[in-house]
Design a protein around this ligand. Structure first.
Ligand code: PEP
Ligand code: MN
Length: 436
C-alpha cells in the first residue's frame, strides 16, 4: 500500500511538470524564520509562552482576497491580545493559512442523491487536489493545482507580511480591530473595556518615552498540514546557511491524525526537515505511540521542534490524556502540548450540516487545562478552526446560534469553524483558564 491520503493522478507527465515547476520557485518562508519559531515554541514547551494556532479547516483559492485574509488576521490578533493582556503570557501566533489547502478524508468517494439520481464522485480533498463543485470535471485530481497552491500561498503570505509589519498590527489599532458586528456582542463589549485599559497603558508608556518596536508589529507565522507528499517534497530545500533541509512552504507543518503511522511516508518526510513540526494525537494514541513518534521526529529532544496537538473530544480528554502526558513527561521528552478542541467534537446536525457545539469546544479546553494543572505540566496552547467572518457553522456561544440557524451562512468547504464572536469568546474563556 502506498502512502495514506494521497491524490491519484491519471497523468504522471503532468505530475512531473508541476513538481519541476515547484522546485524552481522561490521559498515562501526562510529557514531562519523557521528556526525563530522553533525557539518560540521552545518557550511554550518550557511553560513560558502560549501558542495560538488558528484558521480555516481548508483554505480555498477563491478565499484569497484582501478582505478575507485581513478578517482572519484581525480575529487572531484580537484573540492574541486578549490572551496576552488578560493572562500576561507571551503568545506565539501561528495561522492555519498560506498553505492549508489539502484535506484527508475518511472516504475516497462522496455519494449524493438517491435511487436513479444517485451520483458517486471522488471526495473533495481540498483545492490542492480537486474542486469542491460536485461534477466529475471538478472532482478529478489535477497536479497543476499544486502550483496554484504555491501561488495562492505566496499571495496570502505577502498580504499577511504587509499587514503585520505595515501598521495594521500596531497595538494602537487595538480598538480599530473591534469593528462592526463583533463590537455589539458581549465578548466585543468585554474587549472594548480591555482595549481602553491597553490604550491608557500605551499613552502612559509614550508619555515616559517608552516606545518599543513590539508595540508596532507582531511576529506571525504560517502553518498547514503536510499532506500531499509531492508538494511538500518539492518545497523542501537545503538551506545554504546550515546545509540542513527545510520545508519552505510554511513555517510550521503538522502531521494529521490519519497520517501519523510511525513507518509511514509523512512521518519519514517530516523527520528529515528542520522546521518546527506538530503531530495530531487522537484518543486511540497510546503512550508508546507518542514516545516512538518523539524518538523518530525529535531524536535530539530539542524543545520547540515537536508539538503534540491532542484532539480527544470533550468526553474523552479527562480520562485519556493523563496517562499520555505522564508517560511522555516521565521519559524526559521535550514537547509542547497543544489542544485542538475541534476535531474530536464534530457531529452531524439533523439538518445534515457538520457542526460542533461551542460548549463542547470549551469543555475540551477546560479538560486539557484541568489535566495539565493536576499533573503539573503546562497547557501550552490551542489549535482552532476559525474565520474572521460572521458565519454560522458551530452551534452555541453567546449569540446562541442553534441548529436551525446553521443554514444562514454555512460557508466552510470542510469542517465547521468558530465565527468571529465565538473566537473572541473562546479567547476570553481561555485567558480565564490561564489565570486560574
Ligand atoms: C484538520 O486539522 O483539519 C484535521 C483533519 O485534523 P485531524 O488530523 O486531527 O483529524
Ligand atoms: Mn478540520
Amino acid at each position: 500500500m502506498g502512502p495514506a491520503q494521497q491524490p491519484t493522478y491519471p497523468d504522471p507527465v503532468a505530475v512531473d511538470a508541476a513538481v519541476s515547476r515547484l522546485r524552481t520557485q522561490p521559498p515562501l518562508v526562510f529557514a531562519g524564520e523557521c528556526d525563530e519559531l522553533t525557539e518560540k515554541i521552545g518557550a511554550v514547551a518550557r511553560g513560558e509562552a502560549f501558542l495560538l494556532q488558528g484558521g480555516d479547516c481548508a483554505e480555498t483559492f477563491a478565499g484569497v482576497t484582501a478582505d478575507n485574509v485581513r478578517n482572519k488576521l484581525r480575529v487572531i490578533l484580537q484573540m492574541a491580545v486578549v490572551l496576552t493582556y488578560a493572562a500576561s503570557v507571551p503568545v506565539v501566533k501561528v495561522g492555519r493559512l498560506a498553505g492549508q489547502y489539502a484535506k484527508p478524508r475518511s472516504s475516497d468517494f462522496e455519494t449524493r442523491g438517491s435511487g436513479d439520481h444517485e451520483v458517486t464522485l471522488p471526495a473533495y480533498r481540498g483545492d490542492a487536489v480537486n474542486g469542491f463543485e460536485f461534477t466529475p470535471e471538478a472532482r478529478a485530481h489535477d497536479p497543476q493545482r499544486l502550483v496554484d497552491v504555491y501561488n495562492a500561498s505566496a499571495a496570502t503570505l505577502n498580504l499577511v507580511r504587509a499587514f503585520v509589519t505595515g501598521g495594521y498590527a500596531d497595538l494602537r489599532q487595538v480598538h480599530a480591530w473591534n469593528t462592526d458586528f463583533v463590537k455589539e456582542s458581549a465578548a466585543g463589549q468585554q474587549y472594548e473595556a480591555m482595549a481602553n485599559d491597553i490604550e491608557r497603558a500605551l499613552t502612559f508608556m509614550q508619555a515616559i518615552g517608552a516606545d518599543p518596536d513590539e508595540f508596532h508589529r507582531v511576529d506571525f507565522h504560517s502553518s498547514h498540514e503536510a499532506l500531499v507528499l509531492e508538494y511538500e517534497h518539492a518545497m523542501t530545500r537545503i538551506d545554504s546557511r546550515t546545509q540542513a533541509p527545510y520545508d519552505v512552504s510554511g513555517h510550521f507543518v503538522w502531521i494529521g491524525e490519519r497520517t501519523r503511522q510511525l513507518d509511514g511516508a509523512h512521518v519519514e518526510l517530516l523527520s528529515h526537515i528542520k522546521n518546527p513540526i506538530g503531530v495530531k494525537l487522537g484518543p486511540t494514541t497510546t503512550p508508546d505511540d507518542a514516545l516512538a513518534l518523539a524518538e523518530k521526529l525529535n531524536p535530539h529532544n530539542i524543545p520547540g521542534r515537536l508539538t503534540f496537538i491532542t484532539r480527544f473530544g470533550a468526553g474523552r480528554i479527562r480520562d485519556g490524556l493523563p496517562t499520555l502526558i505522564e508517560k511522555v513527561t516521565a521519559a524526559g521528552v521535550q514537547v509542547a502540548w497543544v489542544c485542538d478542541p475541534m476535531h474530536g467534537n464534530t457531529f452531524e446536525a439533523s439538518s445534515g450540516y457538520k457542526t460542533r457545539r461551542f460548549d463542547d469546544v470549551i469543555d475540551e479546553v477546560q479538560g486539557f487545562f484541568d489535566v495539565h494543572r493536576s499533573l503539573g505540566t503546562w497547557p501550552g496552547g490551542v489549535h482552532v478552526e476559525l474565520t474572521g467572518d460572521d458565519v454560522t457553522e458551530c452551534v452555541g456561544g453567546g449569540e446562541l446560534l442553534d441548529e436551525a440557524g446553521l443554514a444562514d451562512r454555512y460557508e466552510s468547504v470542510c469542517d465547521p469553524r468558530l465565527n468571529r464572536v465565538q473566537s473572541l469568546e473562546l479567547a476570553f474563556l481561555v485567558a480565564k483558564m490561564l489565570r486560574a
